[in-house]
Design a binder for this molecule. Structure first.
Ligand code: NDP
Ligand code: 2IT
Length: 446
């Protein structure tokens, strides 16, 4: 064993990538969980899996020049991190947000490796995007940017190589423009992106899958305690794709979602967000610069500027906006107020200290790589429909989503249960790791 301690290994990661703090955070969490598994296994040590699993297969960074409606020329950075392909072609979303940088995308790609492994499908891990800010851009500017982004990305992706999808700032519209440009350049109609429109190869339920899957995962966690969603008060952050469909499923299953947020603030609707109100949010937020404060004006409820919704009393909290949006103070406030379930629709929304607090308090805490895996899982099902050319019904896809979320829960229990407590962080990390590590060994030193 090359390293004397976990700390020595983690220090080496920090030294090698000193400016990538989100990546360190994601690696640290995984390494804490898998350390004993990775260092007590002779094969894992012989093949130096630890050193290899934290280095991407390749990191592609490129220039994206585009022109706005006033004929000004702009340049953004484009990225694709192809992290690990031991169990399948690279798969993961594209994020368009001004905060995007190498550290953020490496953390997302690294997490994606374990998440995709947990789905049980043959999907490797990747992530990409740009520091382009879609807020306030016209439809034509979005189209120009998507074309320019694909003008370089196309050479690195393919249906058997790397299959991108959406993430923050990238939804059905952006996938459409990027798919159109890929098809034009390659003169090939293939399932090279997921989240496509259902007229041209998309899967039913893919837009809903992350949010619905998150709620199915919460149901599994509650089920362990013979508990249900009926009548539970739920706080959610975000008001985009994941938050909207999580809300919708909560309403259908008899829970009461009471908050939504965006980067400007949050709304509190103590009577509960209804399906009608969610339809309003979907329409409102189809314009990326629209603010959730409009909800408060329309439905005459409280809006809190510049804050997140974790001060609101709830049984269940579902962070569905972005990384590190829930810190230790928020975590304490949540549990002090009686919250006993936290499940992550977003990727790494809880800070390291907040995660430790949830685990110390022994609440039901479902980390993103398990709880939000429904989106990529149905992306995998979209790929299989593209290969067979046979579209599946809504019920069939929804059934598969439930099955996959149940299977992920079972894996978390298998690897994370000690005495009476299920540590879902350990369960998800070890469960995801073992499959990838064993596959890396089967394939030798590549
Ligand atoms: P959307 O772009 O549809 O919505 C993002 C939401 O989060 C918006 O409400 C946005 O507010 C808010 N948000 C974004 N960045 C910040 C920030 N820095 N601070 C505060 N609020 C912010 O994205 P998604 O709903 O698709 O993604 C949400 C989360 O879920 C992300 O962490 C993503 O990685 C994760 N995820 C997404 C999946 C998918 O299939 N889409 C799958 C699995 C995970 P504003 O409008 O003000 O920017
Ligand atoms: O974080 C994620 O899992 C996603 N953004 C979805 C990735 C995908 O390929 O569907």
């Amino acid at each position: 064993m090359k390293y004397k301690s976990k700390k020595e290994f983690l220090d080496s990661v920090v030294d090698n990538y000193s400016d990538q703090k989100e990546f360190h955070q994601a690696v640290e969490e995984v390494i804490h969980s898998i350390w004993d598994t990775a260092t007590s296994n002779e094969e894992y040590c012989k093949f130096n899996i630890l050193d290899r699993i934290v280095v991407p297969d390749r990191t592609i960074i490129f220039r994206v020049p585009w022109m706005d409606d006033k004929n000004n020329v702009h340049v953004n950075l484009g990225y694709r991190i192809q992290f690990n392909s031991a169990i399948g072609p690279y798969k993961g979303g594209l994020r368009f947000h001004p905060n995007v940088n190498l550290g953020v995308l490496k953390f997302l790609a690294f997490e994606q490796v374990f998440k995709n492994s947990l789905t049980g499908l043959n999907l490797g891990g990747g992530k990409g995007g740009s520091n382009f800010d879609p807020k306030g851009k016209s439809d034509k500017e979005i189209m120009s940017f998507c074309y320019a982004f694909m003008n370089e990305l196309y050479r690195h992706i393919g249906r058997r190589t790397d299959i991108p999808a959406g993430d923050i700032g990238v939804g059905g519209r952006e996938i459409g423009y990027m798919f159109g440009q890929y098809k034009k350049i390659r003169n090939a109609f293939t399932g090279v992106l997921t989240g496509k429109g259902t007229n041209w190869g998309g899967s039913l339920i893919r837009p809903e899958a992350t949010g619905y899957g998150l709620v199915y995962f919460v149901l599994e966690m509650l089920n362990v305690r013979k508990d249900s969603l009926k009548g539970k008060t739920v706080t959610l952050s975000g008001s985009g794709n994941v938050a909207q469909f999580a809300c919708e499923k909560l309403i259908e299953l008899g829970a009461k979602p009471v908050t939504l947020s965006d980067s400007s603030g949050f709304i509190h609707d103590p009577d509960g967000i209804t399906q009608e109100k969610i339809e309003y949010v979907k329409k409102l937020k189809s314009v990326r610069s629209a603010r959730i404060s409009e909800y408060a004006k329309k439905f005459n409820v409280e809006y809190v500027e510049g804050k997140r919704p974790w001060s609101i009393k709830c049984d269940i909290a579902l962070p569905c906006a972005t990384e590190n949006e829930l810190n230790l103070d928020d975590a304490k406030q949540l549990t002090d107020n009686g919250c006993y379930v936290v499940a992550e629709g977003a990727n790494m929304p809880s800070t390291t200290n907040a995660v430790h607090h949830f685990i110390n308090q022994k609440i039901l805490y479902g980390p993103g790589k398990a709880a939000n895996a429904g989106g990529v899982a149905i992306s995998g099902i979209e790929m299989s429909q593209n290969s067979t050319r046979i579209p599946l019904s809504r019920d069939k896809v929804d059934g598969l989503l439930k099955e996959i979320m149940q299977r992920i829960h079972t894996t978390c229990v298998k690897y994370g249960k000690k005495d009476d407590f299920i540590n879902y962080v350990d369960g998800a990390n070890i469960g995801g790791f073992v499959r990838v590590a064993d596959s890396m060994i089967d394939q030798g030193i590549v």
